[in-house]
Structures are given as structure tokens and as C-alpha cells.
Design a protein around this ligand. Structure first.
Ligand SMILES: *Cc1c(COP(=O)(O)O)cnc(C)c1O
Length: 396
């Protein structure tokens, strides 16, 4: 037998973390890494944050899981807090980002069904989008690397070009349910929607009775210095998928919606065995306690500006390698002039700096949201040191 016990769907690297502390990870042999990947934008509070650790430990000892057959004081409380701090009136809790997007897709279809327009079942989505790995969410992207061999996929999606408003509006027909879009594409390469694009989609939704469904699984939850990225655009969605940072490392996601958009989601239409269990809710409460405290989001913006400045100052010294900086807050991307995956591996293996590669040869820089200036200085130092000696492969 040559297959590994862990299904070999990930090309895993040699770093094998066994412990974390703040912005640092420690490997099996004690090596220390500066973690500016944060489990792909998940560990918003860093590793081992005392508020999150205590909340999970206390709740585990009190009540872990009961199923959604019973009343949920824990779920009601967290849903109310999310409603109080967002556009939403109602929340469905999931265990992952893909499930949050699935719930968003179902909510959008069901809205038009409830309005007597079941033929309005198609969401317009965008190239280089990433919405997850379920059959439904891979159907919502046109990236063949995620779709090949898994056909037949789910009907009900058409694909437009990201940031091309006219192109997207041109796809609207009698079957259109709305748009599904990331305000800032993560996997796609830290590609930000332009204000005209996102505001134009909102306007088209209002004019045509369509739904604006945002996927803020990666760009939401404080990552940009706003609680949600759409706040940067002065618009609100009708439905929004959230995950990653929401549990700070505990598997949790959520689908948020307005009362109007959720009008079809009545008893019996959707469900999840684990979704919103007391343990997950305790993690979600702890993350909100920290993130909504005075000054937290302001500090994300401030640290984001510092980090961006540091990156921009570094670029001219290594302009054979670095092209430009993109992104907002602590969701930053460093565009390379060569393969980003090879450089991420080099920074990791030779300089103990953890980053994530993304589309368009962008290196994603996604530190915990609790970093301070010393971590930024250390990151820039490690990046510069790596860039000084790094030689891109000639066939890049
Ligand atoms: C990570 C991600 C998802 C999928 O989340 P999972 O928890 O892996 O299912 C969906 N959308 C976006 C934008 C993401 O970054």
C-alpha cells in the first residue's frame, strides 16, 4: 500500500507544528516560526489567546453539544450580538466556510421561490473566486483546478469577470437570483473589488429585485480593520457567508441575512447536526469579546498601515523579485515577479517565516490581528533577508 493514512489531497510542507503562542508556532523539534499565515486567516487572536482558551475550556466542562432539537440560549445570544453589529437580522451557524456559502446559496434560491419566482435560481459569480470545496461551492467558481473530475456539478451559476461591472450586468436575465462575490478575493490573489464594481452590483440588485450575496469568509471578521470588508464600500449585502476568523481556530461559520432575504428559510428547510453547538458558541463569543472591545479594529488598521509601509519601503531594494503591495488592513498581498509558491517555501524553510501563496503570484500576508510593531519589524527583517539571497528558478 502506498497511499498515506491521511488522504493525500494536500501537498504538505515539512513544518509540523505542535504548539503555538501568540504569533509564533513551534515545530516537533522545537523550531520557532513567525506565523504570518494564521491558519489561512483563521487564528485572528493568534495562538493560545487566554480569553478564547478559557471560554472553550469552561464550556467544554459545562456543556459541549446537545443538537438543534432543543432551545439554544447560547446560539440566540451570539446571533443577537452579530445582528446588533451588522446589517443582518438573522443568523444560521455552520462548522465551516463552505457550509456558510451553501446556506447563503440555499437562502438566495429559497427567497425567489418564496416570492413565486422559482426560475430565478442562478447566481452570477466571478473568475478566480473561491467559495469552498463542497460540490455546491466548487460549482460557484470556474477554476478548473477545483472542478476537474468532479462533474456533474450543480447547475445555477454563471461566471463573469471580477471587477467588470458591465460584463456582470450583461449576464442578468429572467433566471438570475443575484450575485455571489468576495469583496476582496483571498485565494484569487488579494484582489480587491473596486468601489464602482461592488456599489454597482448593489444598485443592480436593488433595481432588479436580486440578492447581493457576499462571501466574507476570508476578508471579514476584522481582517481589513473593519468588522466586515463591505463597510469599506458603504454598502450592505442581503446575505453574507462568514467563517475563518469567527471562531479564532474553533471550526465555526455563519450565514447572515436580512429578514427579507431569509423569508424562505422557514422551519424544516435547512439544518446541521453540530451547527451552533454550545462549545462553538463559546468560542464565537470569546472572539467577539476581544474583537469588539474598544480600539481592537483601530489597531488592526494601524498595524496594517505599518506593515504596508514596511513592505513598500522594502520593494525598491529587491525589485528583481517584488512587484507591488495590495490589500487592506492585515489582509495584504505581495505580488512577485516570479512564482510565489517557491518564495513562500524559501521564506519558510530558510527564514522561519510562514506566509501563504495565492493566485497571480501573490504572497498572502495574513498575520494574527493581535500583532504589534515588533512582529512587523521581524517580518520585514525576515522577508528582506530572504529576498537578499533568493534566486528565482530560471523557468518561472
Ligand atoms: C476559506 C474560504 C472558504 C471555504 O471555507 P472552508 O472553511 O474551507 O470551507 C470560502 N470562501 C472564502 C472566500 C474562503 O477564503
Amino acid at each position: 500500500m502506498t497511499i498515506t493514512p491521511l488522504m493525500p489531497v494536500y501537498p504538505r510542507c515539512g513544518v509540523r507544528p505542535v504548539r503555538g503562542e501568540g504569533a509564533y508556532l513551534f515545530g516537533e523539534d522545537g523550531q520557532q516560526f513567525l506565523d504570518f499565515a494564521s491558519g489561512i486567516a483563521v487564528n485572528a487572536l493568534g495562538h493560545g489567546h487566554p480569553v478564547l482558551v478559557k471560554a472553550i475550556a469552561d464550556q467544554a466542562a459545562t456543556l459541549m453539544h446537545v443538537s438543534n432539537l432543543y432551545g439554544s440560549p447560547q446560539g440566540e445570544h451570539l446571533a443577537q450580538r452579530l445582528a446588533d453589529n451588522t446589517f443582518a437580522d438573522t443568523v444560521f451557524f455552520t462548522n465551516s466556510g463552505a457550509e456558510a456559502v451553501e446556506c447563503a446559496i440555499k437562502t438566495a434560491r429559497r427567497y425567489h421561490f418564496a416570492n413565486g419566482n422559482p426560475q430565478r435560481n442562478t447566481l452570477i459569480t466571478f473568475d478566480t473566486a473561491f467559495h469552498g470545496r463542497t460540490l455546491g461551492t466548487i460549482s460557484a467558481t470556474n477554476q478548473s483546478k477545483m472542478r476537474d473530475g468532479f462533474e456533474p456539478l450543480l447547475p445555477g451559476f454563471t461566471y463573469a469577470t471580477f471587477n467588470d461591472l458591465e460584463g456582470a450586468l450583461g449576464l442578468i436575465d429572467d433566471n438570475t437570483a443575484g450575485f455571489l462575490v468576495e469583496p476582496i478575493q483571498g485565494e484569487g490573489g488579494i484582489r480587491q473589488a473596486t468601489p464602482e464594481f461592488l456599489q454597482g452590483l448593489r444598485k443592480a440588485c436593488d433595481e432588479h429585485g436580486l440578492l447581493l450575496v457576499l462571501d466574507e469568509v476570508q476578508c471579514g471578521y476584522g481582517r481589513t480593520g473593519k468588522f466586515f470588508a463591505h463597510e469599506l464600500y458603504g454598502i450592505t449585502p442581503d446575505i453574507m457567508a462568514v467563517a475563518k476568523g469567527i471562531g479564532g481556530g474553533f471550526p465555526l461559520g455563519a450565514c447572515l441575512a436580512t429578514e427579507e432575504a431569509a423569508k424562505g428559510m422557514v422551519a424544516g428547510t435547512h439544518g446541521s447536526t453540530y451547527g451552533g453547538n454550545p462549545l462553538a458558541m463559546a468560542a464565537g463569543e470569546a472572539v467577539l469579546d476581544v474583537m469588539l472591545a474598544d480600539g481592537f479594529l483601530e489597531n488592526v488598521t494601524k498595524m496594517g498601515d505599518r506593515l504596508r509601509q514596511g513592505l513598500e519601503q522594502m520593494i525598491p531594494n529587491h525589485d528583481h523579485l517584488f512587484d507591488s503591495v495590495r490589500g487592506t488592513g492585515l489582509m495584504l498581498g505581495l505580488k512577485l515577479k516570479s512564482d510565489s509558491r517557491a518564495f513562500v517555501a524559501f521564506a519558510r524553510d530558510e527564514h522561519n517565516l510562514l506566509l501563504v501563496s495565492a493566485g497571480e503570484n501573490v504572497v498572502r500576508i495574513l498575520p494574527p490581528l493581535v500583532i504589534d510593531e515588533s512582529h512587523i519589524a521581524e517580518c520585514i527583517e525576515k522577508l528582506s533577508a530572504a529576498a537578499r539571497v533568493y534566486v528565482p528558478a530560471s523557468d518561472d
